[in-house]
Design a protein around this ligand. Structure first.
Ligand SMILES: [Zn+2]
Length: 127
């Protein structure tokens, strides 16, 4: 059984990576200068940004597919549970109907054949 939060966590991390990579690649914010200064030149900073975006997109897609499969899996479990419960209910209803329609002696409850007037167990008349 997978961790139910795996998909959503991967999705969030993927989005963060994507945005961060995009900011790094476009280096349009002053905040990014701190990070781009770490790299020897602006080309390598852009490359790192693009790689981050690629990793981010991969994580995003993976997270999304895990999330979808988790949702589908859970719904299938719920559906199977409901179907099983419905079958159980149906079985008990059928059992009750067969019990009430089955012929039995009015006095001792012994099973009677169709059209039988006297009970074979206690000998009492049924009408
Ligand atoms: Zn009887």
């Amino acid at each position: 059984m997978k961790n139910p939060r795996t998909g959503s966590s991967l999705l969030i991390i993927g989005v963060v990576f994507c945005l961060f990579g995009l900011m790094l690649a476009l280096h349009q914010t002053n905040l990014m200068e701190y990070i781009t200064n770490v790299f020897p030149n602006i080309q390598s900073a852009e490359l790192a940004g693009i790689l981050l975006q690629l990793v981010g997109v991969t994580l995003l897609v993976t997270g999304l597919s895990i999330l979808i499969s988790e949702i589908v899996e859970r719904n299938i479990e719920k559906f199977t549970f409901n179907v099983n419960r419905a079958i159980a209910q149906l079985k008990s209803v059928t059992l009750q109907t067969t019990k009430s329609t089955a012929k039995g002696c009015r006095f001792c409850g012994a099973p009677l054949d169709e059209g039988e007037i006297f009970c074979s167990a206690c000998g009492r008349a049924q009408k």
